[in-house]
Design a binder for this molecule. Sequence first.
Ligand code: PRP
Length: 184
Amino acid sequence: MALADQLASVLIPEAQLQARIRELADRISADYADRTPLLVSVLKGAVYFMADLTRAISVPITMDFMAITSYGPGQGASGAVRLIKDLDEEISGRHVLLVEDIIDTGLTAAYLLRILGARDPASLRICTLLDKTARRIVDTLPIDYRGFEIPDVFVVGYGLDYRQLYRNLPFIGVLRTDPAAPPP
Ligand code: PRP
């Protein structure tokens, strides 16, 4: 069965996704007009967003990647996050923009802000494609750039996975069966 046939619905079609990413990129280009920001993203979910966002930004940028693991049910829900790949570059004095595919509980972003903030960047902002506010635990997160606020449904595609699958869909879809839902 084709990947797309396993979905209940399309939440954000490809054209809408790309149009919104261009809007975010235009805002970022204007806000960082006289700087060279360092865009930092987290493997693996944010890779497509990072690739499309950076190509739509018109000012010079550099980019770097981190990898982390989350423990416990519902991934980051336990609050335990561990760094498994650090940045290659020093960020002291740099204008850092953290690029995320989704902010859900907010625990991952809060952890990343804490460790990046401790390295004395000139500025530190967050850009997330998706914002699932209904499940937020950390409600003090400053989100400077937000693509879409989405409902509390299990989304896949455009980097987001279910058991590592569906990342390569070019749009955001909703899984036919919500794996996070309690059994009937
Ligand atoms: C996702 C996403 C964020 C995090 C958000 O990563 O990329 O980093 O979850 O969730 P939170 O707000 O509840 O902390 P995931 O752990 O699924 O790994 P992946 O990027 O490899 O898919």
